[in-house]
Design a protein around this ligand. Structure first.
Ligand code: HEC
Length: 464
C-alpha cells in the first residue's frame, strides 16, 4: 500500500519510501481521523502530521480550556488503543510487578485537581536568535480539571524497593523511523507527591485520544514533557533514565547564556518546573482605542507555584499598579485570570506590560533568558495600543508582496516521509543550524546523500 501526500507545492510525494512497514500502516491510519479528533478550525496549526495545534489568544477567556481548544503536542502519530487489551504495567525495582486494567485503576481512590499544562517550548517563536523546534507563540498551554488516581497509590500497590529513585514512563506511541522511543522519568519525590496523578478524565469527560486516552501522567507545576500520554508502562529505577529524551532533549542550562551559545547536553539539566508567567489576552497588540472610554486590560497568569499578584504598567514599565485576580480561582496549580480597568486619559501610543509574582516571590524577566532549545519563555508580555488619532495606515508602496518560496530540490521529498513541510517552513534557521537539523533527521532515518545535501541546504537557507 502506498500513501501519497500533496505538499504545499501541489507535488505528490510517495511516503512509503524508507520507513518501516509498521510506520507506514500507522501513517495510513492517521489519515482517517475520528470526528472528535479533527483539528478544530479555531486552533493555530503548527504541524498537520504529526499534529501540533496551538490555542489562539481568545482561549485565555476560558477558565477551564475545553478539550477542543486545548493545545495538542505530538512527537509521532497518535496510537490507537484497544481498552480490552490495554494494561498499565508497573515493574523494575518493585516487590510486586503489576499489570492493571482501567477498571483496576478506577477501583483506587479517585482524585481530581485543576492544573495548567504548558509545553516546555511554549513561546519558542519569540527567542532571538531563533532556535529549531515548533515555533509556538503564547498558546501551547491550557488549564483543565483532571481526574484519576494518585501515582503514589499505584506505586504503593507495587511495593517499591528501597533502592527506588526514579520513575520512567512510556506510552503506546510508536517512534518514527529510527528515532528513540519517547520515554521520560521523574524523581521519586515528585512521583510520590499526592498531586501527581494518572488521569483518565479531562474536564469531566473520558480523556480524549489526542490528550492521551486512556491514561496520562499529570505532573502539576511541571512542563508538559513529563505528562506522558497513552501510558502503558511505569518502570522503577535506581537512577535517572539515560535515554535520548532525558539526556539530550528537554534540557536547559538552568541559567541564561549569551544568545546563540551552544551548550553541551551534559552541562544542562532536565526541564522540570514551569516558570511564573502572564499573558495579556486583551486588548490585542495594535488595537485602536478611544481617549476617555473605559476599557479592560485582561489576561492570565500561572507558574510552578500559585500566583499571588499581577501588576500592569500602561507607560512602558515606568509605573506599575496591581491588577485584580479572579477571587474564585485559588488553586495550587490552575491558572488565574486577572483584569485591570483602564481609561486611556489622552491620545497617545501606549505600551502595556504585565508581570506576575508567585508565592515564592519569583517574578518575570524583562528580557529573554536565551537557551539553546528555546524552553520556558516567560518574559514580561507587552502590547502596543494607539489611542485617539488613528495610526497612519501602512503606505501601499512600503508593502512588500510575500515572496513564494523557491521550488524545493528533489531530495526534499525525503523530508516529507514522516511529517509535512509545515514543520520545516516555520523554522528561521541559519545554514549551520539546518545542517545540524539534517544530521538529526538522518540519524532518525531520513535519506540524504552527500550530493543532495548541498542542494537541500541551499533551499532551506532561503526560507528565513
Ligand atoms: C524518519 C522520519 C523523519 C524524516 C524522514 C524527517 N524527519 Fe524531521 N522530524 C521527525 C520527527 C519525528 C520530528 C518531530 C520531533 C518532535 O516532535 O519532537 C521531526 C521534526 C523536524 C523539525 C522540527 C524541529 C525539530 O528538530 O524537532 C524539522 C525542522 C525537521 N524535522 C526537518 C526535517 C528535514 C529537513 C528532513 C529531511 C532532510 C526531515 N525532517 C526528515 C522525523 C523525520
Amino acid at each position: 500500500m502506498l500513501t501519497r501526500l500533496v505538499s504545499r507545492f501541489g507535488v505528490l510525494y510517495n511516503v512509503g519510501v524508507g520507513i518501516p512497514r509498521r510506520d507506514f500502516l500507522l501513517l495510513a491510519a492517521a489519515a482517517v481521523l475520528r470526528g472528535e479528533d479533527r483539528p478544530n478550525r479555531d486552533m493555530l496549526t503548527r504541524s498537520v502530521r504529526p499534529e501540533d495545534l496551538e490555542m489562539p489568544l481568545s482561549g485565555f477567556s476560558d477558565y477551564l480550556t475545553p478539550a477542543e481548544h486545548f493545545f495538542v503536542r505530538t512527537h509521532v502519530y497518535v496510537p490507537s488503543v484497544n481498552l480490552n487489551e490495554w494494561r498499565l504495567k508497573v515493574d523494575g525495582q518493585v516487590a510486586t510487578p503489576l499489570a492493571l486494567t482501567i477498571d483496576d485503576l478506577k477501583k483506587l481512590p479517585a482524585v481530581e485537581l485543576i492544573s495548567v499544562l504548558e509545553c516546555a517550548g511554549n513561546g519558542r517563536a519569540f527567542y532571538q536568535p531563533p532556535v529549531p523546534g515548533l515555533q509556538w507563540g503564547n498558546g501551547a498551554v491550557g488549564n483543565a480539571r483532571w481526574r484519576g488516581v494518585r501515582l503514589a497509590d499505584v506505586l504503593k500497590r507495587a511495593r517499591l524497593e528501597p533502592s527506588a529513585r526514579e520513575i520512567l514512563f512510556d506510552g503506546a506511541d510508536v517512534p518514527l523511523g529510527t528515532m528513540p522511543d519517547f520515554q521520560r522519568s521523574i524523581p521519586l519525590n515528585k512521583a510520590l507527591d499526592p498531586d501527581t496523578l494518572l488521569a483518565y478524565e479531562m474536564n469531566g469527560e473520558t480523556l480524549p485520544v489526542k490528550h492521551g486516552f486512556p491514561l496520562r501522567v499529570i505532573a502539576p507545576g511541571w512542563a508538559g514533557d513529563s505528562w506522558v500520554k497513552w501510558l502503558t508502562s511505569i518502570r522503577v529505577f535506581d537512577q535517572e533514565n539515560d535515554g535520548f529524551w532525558m539526556k539530550s532533549a528537554y534540557r536547559h542550562p538552568g541559567r541564561p547564556v549569551a544568545p546563540g551559545t551552544p551548550v553541551p547536553a551534559d552541562r544542562m539539566q532536565p526541564v522540570t518546573s514551569l516558570r511564573v508567567k502572564s499573558v495579556i489576552a486583551g486588548p490585542l497588540d495594535g488595537a485602536q482605542l478611544d481617549p476617555g472610554r473605559p476599557t479592560t486590560i485582561r489576561g492570565v497568569a500561572w507558574g510552578g507555584e500559585p500566583i499571588t499578584a499581577v501588576e500592569v504598567s500602561v507607560d512602558g514599565g515606568r509605573s506599575w499598579k496591581p491588577a485584580a485576580l479572579q477571587s474564585n480561582q485559588r488553586t495550587r496549580f490552575g491558572w488565574r485570570q486577572w483584569e485591570f480597568p483602564w481609561t486611556p486619559p489622552q491620545a497617545a501610543y501606549y505600551t502595556i506590560l504585565a508581570r506576575a509574582r508567585d508565592a515564592s516571590g519569583n517574578t518575570q524577566p524583562l528580557d529573554q533568558e536565551w537557551n539553546p532549545s528555546g524552553y520556558l519563555w516567560n518574559v514580561v508580555p507587552r502590547v502596543h495600543v494607539n489611542v485617539g488619532d488613528s495610526a497612519p495606515a501602512p503606505s501601499v508602496t512600503s508593502q512588500t508582496t510575500p515572496q513564494a518560496p523557491p521550488p524545493p530540490p528533489p531530495a526534499f521529498s525525503n523530508c516529507l516521509v514522516c511529517h509535512n513541510d509545515d514543520v520545516i517552513h516555520q523554522q528561521r534557521l541559519t545554514r549551520t543550524q539546518w545542517n545540524a537539523e539534517i544530521n538529526k533527521m538522518t540519524g532518525w532515518g531520513a535519506r540524504v546523500d552527500d550530493a543532495s545535501r548541498n542542494a537541500l541546504l541551499d533551499y532551506l537557507d532561503k526560507l528565513r
